[in-house]
Design a protein around this ligand. Structure first.
Ligand code: L34
Length: 294
């Protein structure tokens, strides 16, 4: 191992303790940050992420209100719940854990969230504001990745960043954040239609793998000294494990860690940062909505 291991778990812990102080200050002024969590169905990964989020909220004094719906919930019931959360003065942030079942129109559900409570930054209003660099909520995973780069002092000014993946929740917003003047990277976005993934990734000073495909980024694609950020959280069947699976990212970690300059592990890399940024956005929402300055 020659790469510097970016310890997302530790960095997320630091951020959570910074946030705990902010929550204490808000609570001292009579404001208790509140997060509504909406979970549909029992996808084990979603259940585990949501549980992690609620635990993290409780630890720093954010109140969470969970509503769980069955897999076959009617879209109207979800919309009704969101309307209720929009009105609820104790709710400052609304999280609808994705993905939603196929019979639900995800766009309609997300768009129903009051943009001032959209702590995931998924509504068209927040994404538009992000593009224009107006005050907004920035999606948690992309924001967490930028924070990891900054706190690990990875040089980004003039760096060539290659984003592998174009999802609405990671690839698209992340590519946009990377081209902000404050980050100043030159960005290439690769996706399933890209002809020579290897050639693009080989040119990268910073590689961000967010496609959700184990082994997609192999060691021969990594430039020596590059920074490798692995966003994939894939469950691979493994009978030797108690749970019957192990987690792996989109990158060949074993190989890449020998030649990269920096690398994030899975688990313990980007995942914990996503949760820390959710807390941060929720604390900001509580402050803005209540008018109590931090
Ligand atoms: N609405 N839906 C909404 N907001 C989000 O920000 C998400 N995302 C993605 C899926 N759907 C969402 C998450 O929360 C992915 N994601 C997420 C959150 C946490 C972790 C991974 C993905 C996480 O905690 N990962 C741990 C391992 C957890 C485990 O053992 O399964 C890690 O160390 O990577």
């Amino acid at each position: 191992m020659s790469a510097i291991l970016i310890d997302g778990k530790k960095i997320a812990e630091d951020i959570r303790s910074e946030l705990a102080e902010k929550v204490a200050s808000l609570r001292g002024k009579g404001v208790r940050p509140g997060l509504a969590v909406i979970l549909v169905g029992d996808n084990p990964a979603s259940v585990s992420y949501v549980t992690g989020k609620e635990k993290a909220c409780a630890e720093i004094g954010i109140q969470s209100f969970e509503t769980r719906f069955p897999e076959d919930v009617a879209e109207a019931s979800l919309l009704e719940k969101i309307a209720e959360c929009n009105r609820d003065p104790f709710v400052h942030g609304i999280l609808v854990q994705l993905p939603l079942p196929r019979h639900i129109d995800e766009r309609r559900v997300i768009s129903a969230i009051d943009p001032t409570k959209d702590i995931d930054g998924f509504t068209p209003i927040n994404l538009g504001r992000m593009l224009l660099e107006e005050p907004c909520y920035i999606p948690c995973t992309p924001r967490g990745i930028i924070e990891l780069l900054k706190r690990s002092a990875v040089p980004t000014d003039g760096a060539h960043a290659v984003v592998v993946g174009r999802s609405n929740i990671v690839g698209k917003p992340l590519a946009n954040l990377l081209i902000r003047k404050s980050v100043n990277a030159t960005v290439t976005i690769c996706h399933t239609g890209t002809e020579s993934l290897a050639a693009h990734v080989r040119a990268a000073d910073i590689v961000i793998a967010c496609a959700g495909k184990p082994g997609l980024v192999s060691v021969d694609m990594i430039k020596s000294g590059a920074c490798v950020i692995d966003v994939g959280v894939n469950r691979v069947p493994d009978p030797t494990k108690k749970k019957g699976y192990r987690l792996c990212g989109d990158v060949d970690f074993e190989g890449a860690s020998k030649i990269a300059g920096w690398i994030t592990p899975v688990p313990g890399g980007v995942g914990p940062m996503t949760i820390a940024m959710l807390l941060s956005n929720t604390v900001d929402a509580a402050s803005r909505i209540s008018g109590v300055q931090l």
